[in-house]
Design a protein around this ligand. Structure first.
Ligand code: ADP
Ligand code: MG
Length: 259
């Protein structure tokens, strides 16, 4: 089992869209995938068509309660893609976690029990570097970082990387960067080409070749409660996520070796 956290402390950069669609593409190849929604906003849960009534067990129970990932997971409409949904009480979890001695290892603990039935676990993080994201990083083998193609794309990345460094030295020496994916690429805008070039110059091979284009179908899909990959398989956004998943799969054996 490989655990991958989708993180970036900026909001609206494509974390949830990436988690849902990479998860769906991986499941389509036959892998058993668990998506953990760790954002109190619950966008990954809504985007997978899991309504509030179906969230009797949630990521809050994994963190604050004594529920294992195995007990908290529910099936989605996507074959082989399971979900631990998020509920609004997750927004209070960071405060409640202060009570626990091992507050950084709560998710790791929940995953250590019964999660072996999945091949890949993806964790969709909130837009912050607080205790929720730290729990995800402590429990993970690697990070998948969506970076929006905009002028300030690299701003904030150093903060993310220094958090990764701190997690490595204190809790999880094996935490690696699976890759950085450029999102919301607009080929009609010359600025985004420049940003893409700059990011590759700075970060090198860690950046995936695949770039996710700005595509309205990707933003429509969540309101229909389904991944873009199912809503419109042919759109450029879906095709890009299939290509990205292929690159992710190519990088997994390296992680499995280290795990
Ligand atoms: P995050 O989880 O980082 O906050 P989201 O994945 O929720 O970001 O994306 C923010 C918004 O942008 C959502 O409304 C989403 O549907 C939309 N979106 C994400 N990726 C794309 C894209 N490549 N093209 C167009 N819209 C996108
Ligand atoms: Mg999100």
């Amino acid at each position: 089992m490989i655990v991958v956290t989708v993180a970036n402390q900026k909001g609206g950069v494509g974390k949830t869209t990436t988690a849902i669609n990479v998860g769906t593409a991986l499941a389509a190849t036959g892998l058993r995938v668990l998506l953990i929604d760790l954002d109190p906003q619950g966008n990954a849960s809504t985007g997978l068509g899991v309504g509030r009534a179906d969230r009797s067990c949630s990521s809050y129970d994994l963190l604050v309660g004594d529920v294992s990932a195995d007990e908290g997971a529910i099936a989605t409409k996507v074959p082989r893609l399971d979900l631990v949904p998020a509920t609004v009480d997750l927004s209070g979890a960071e405060i409640e976690l202060i009570e626990f001695d091992a507050r950084t290892h709560r998710l790791d603990r929940a995953l250590s029990r019964g999660a072996a039935r999945w091949d890949v676990v993806l964790i969709d993080c909130p837009p912050s570097l607080g205790l929720l994201t730290i729990n995800a990083m402590v429990a993970s083998h690697a990070l998948l970082v969506p970076l929006q193609c905009e002028f300030f794309a690299l701003e904030g990345l150093s903060q993310l990387l220094s958090t990764v460094e701190r997690i490595r030295s204190r809790f999880n020496p094996g935490l690696s960067i699976l890759g950085v994916v450029l999102t919301m690429y607009d080929r009609r805008n010359r600025l985004t080409d420049q940003v893409s070039e700059d990011v590759r110059a700075v970060l090198g091979g860690v950046v995936f070749d695949t770039v996710i284009p700005r595509n309205v179908r990707l933003s429509e899909a969540p309101s229909h409660g389904m991944p873009a990959l199912i809503y419109d398989y042919r759109c450029t956004g879906s095709q890009a996520y299939i290509a990205l998943a292929r690159e992710v799969i190519a990088r997994l054996p390296e992680l499995a070796k280290a795990a």
